[in-house]
Design a protein around this ligand. Structure first.
Ligand code: ADP
Ligand code: MG
Length: 353
């Protein structure tokens, strides 16, 4: 009850917005389920020039996205872009649509940053706020990638602990928040809330095949028939444990790790080709490595070298994330405690060997 009262009171005192309040700016994205704009408030001329808000005009599936954002806002706000408000906009000619409003977090997604020749050094400057006067090299790159991975897994752990599986984790859905100098997750349009059973994916909706784990249709048996009437199926934590739906996101995050280590896998076409190779190896990264390493380009070899630093703990983490069976993949929380991320862990690993 406390939760409901708190949520209601909080909602009551939060500013509300209407259609006419916004001045549309640059279009930031357009998908099958909505259009995203950078916007400013009409009554606030100070914010007019650039637009310090982001508005998504979503289709009927926006209802679920609002639900997810409200829940994140209360339970794990630092995981995702700062959500302000969501409402049903009825006045448009084409029928009802949901409008969602966030704070504008910054101009770069991880995808934008990874496509730069300077990656990961361009991120180092953003995270630290200054350029370090150190020689470039694998060790320094590895530390930057480590920081990005830690931030990603931290955000993901927040979502998973809340009971939310994102299902569309990819560099395009990770935004660099200039305010907090951290990466945050965006786009909860395909997310599922397993604690209360809200889990709508329309039949025609395909998960992004570039980053989807092999079990693609996770928890589809819980899918209610209509998006406007989310069904409470009272999924118990036991069920969560049995199905481990969070490991779907872990697989996608593992592929991002892979792309950070191997520049050649950052392009769509090469990622798709990699996915085909991995499938042929029955999703076993170790056997994939065996097939490609003997005739690997120097660039590919450099990626393996990066993951092999410190006794191969990077490679160890990667292979614990990208596995065929969900139940054999690590969780976000366990990954954060992996020796890859810390000195104590490193020591522990050397004791074990
Ligand atoms: P979709 O993928 O459904 O079009 P997203 O929610 O992923 O919608 O948003 C589209 C794009 O808009 C993102 O890739 C990102 O570039 C930008 N964007 C979304 N939310 C924010 C935000 N809070 N701050 C800055 N940019 C954002
Ligand atoms: Mg998106």
């Amino acid at each position: 009850w406390d939760m409901f009262v708190l949520a209601f009171v909080e909602r009551l005192f939060r500013p509300t917005y209407r259609k006419d309040d916004f001045v549309l700016g640059k279009k930031l994205g357009e998908g099958a389920f909505g259009v995203v704009y950078r916007v400013s408030l009409a009554k606030n001329p100070a914010s007019k020039k650039e637009g310090d808000l982001v508005l998504k005009k979503a289709t009927e599936y926006g209802a679920v996205e609002i639900w997810m954002n409200e829940r994140v806002r209360r339970a794990c706000s630092s995981s995702c872009a700062d959500f302000l408000y969501g409402f049903l906009e009825n006045s448009s000619k084409k029928g009802a649509g949901y409008w969602l409003l966030w704070r504008y977090e910054g101009e770069a997604t991880l995808s934008d940053l990874m496509l730069s020749k300077d990656f990961p050094y361009n991120v180092e400057a953003m995270i630290l706020g200054e350029v370090q006067d150190l020689p470039k090299g694998l060790g320094r790159e590895n530390r930057i990638i480590q920081t990005i991975m830690r931030q990603l897994l931290f955000a993901l752990d927040g979502l998973h602990t809340t009971g939310i599986v994102h299902r569309d984790i990819k560099p395009q859905n990770i935004i660099f928040s200039e305010g907090s100098r951290t990466f945050k997750i965006i786009d909860l349009g395909a997310a599922a809330d397993l604690r209360v059973g809200i889990n709508y994916i329309p039949k025609e909706f395909l998960l992004d095949p570039r980053y989807a784990a092999p079990e693609q249709y996770i928890m589809s048996t819980q899918t209610p028939s209509a998006p406007s009437a989310p069904v409470a199926t009272a999924l118990s934590p036991v069920l969560w444990q049995m199905n481990l739906p969070d490991r779907f996101d872990i697989y996608s995050t593992g592929l991002i790790f892979l792309q950070m280590a191997f520049p050649s896998l950052r392009s769509d076409s090469n990622l798709i080709q990699f996915n085909r190779q991995l499938k042929r190896c029955e999703y076993d990264l170790v056997s994939w490595r065996k097939t490609v390493e003997p005739r690997a380009s120097s660039e590919l070899r450099r990626g393996f070298e990066l993951l092999d630093l410190d006794g191969g703990i990077g490679w160890e983490l990667l292979t614990s994330m990208v596995r065929y069976k969900a139940r054999q993949r690590t969780s976000a929380k366990a990954a954060l405690a992996h020796p890859y991320f810390g000195r104590e862990g490193l020591l522990a690993l050397s004791f074990m060997q």
